[in-house]
Write a protein that binds this ligand. Structure first.
Ligand code: SF4
Length: 207
């Protein structure tokens, strides 16, 4: 399995917000988000460590936290390994939840059989597979829209009616999106049931 890094952090968004979480950043991606992590560069599959899936699971479990986050690069590009990792984490009673962060450019159906999973479908510039919206499970899964500019907001408005009831929806303004007051006014005016979250990363160190 191609891995970039392991770290603990306080979760800054989503259903586990505020909880300490063990993260593994995978390597390689089929997207080109402007907001890609500049320091670890997970979309470059050349910058990675090759590890056995069992080693990845052991390392995450040894970190001692009940919540695990499998973060981008895109986990579904390593589908077989990701599924094996989920199987191992699912079987361990110390793990209460596993969040898989996927850009949704490929079918996420193989992920949604897991009970502990919280799927975070990252809508990158409106081209994520529409069919994946129907796969999201109410009260479990999450959908994130990264708002880079006003066009992204209007695109989100078109997509929102297609999202099943009960999905936790987040709106993350990009750090460079300056029109904060405009955005908040729009959310109120459009009566949106979405959480506006400015993610702030509190790292607890690598492991
Ligand atoms: S999905 Fe993640 S790894 Fe891929 S380009 Fe976007 S931020 Fe980077």
């Amino acid at each position: 399995m191609k891995v970039v890094q392991f770290f603990r952090a306080i979760e800054s968004e989503g259903r586990n917000i505020g909880l300490p979480v063990s993260f593994v950043n995978l390597s390689g991606c089929n997207s080109n988000c402007k907001t890609c992590l500049p320091y670890t560069n997970p979309r470059d599959s050349h910058i990675s460590i090759d590890m056995e899936v069992t080693e990845v699971a052991e390392k995450l479990l040894a970190a001692g936290l009940p919540h695990v986050y499998i973060a981008c690069g895109e986990p579904m590009l390593q589908e077989e390994e990701t599924i094996r990792l989920l199987d191992l984490l699912e079987q361990d009673e110390r793990v209460k939840s596993v969040t898989v962060h996927t850009n949704g450019f490929v079918d996420i159906a193989p992920l949604v059989k897991y009970t502990k999973i919280m799927l975070s479908l990252n809508w990158c510039h409106g081209i994520t597979m529409f069919a994946n919206l129907d796969r999201l499970r109410p009260e479990i899964d999450m959908l994130k829209f990264i708002i880079w500019n006003k066009e992204d907001y209007h695109r989100m408005i078109v997509i929102l009616p297609l999202v099943p009831e009960g999905i936790y929806i987040m709106l993350n303004p990009s750090p460079t999106f300056g029109a904060k007051e405009w955005l908040l006014d729009q959310v109120v005016k459009d009566r949106l049931e979405v959480r506006v979250i400015y993610p702030q990363h509190f790292s607890l160190g690598t492991f």
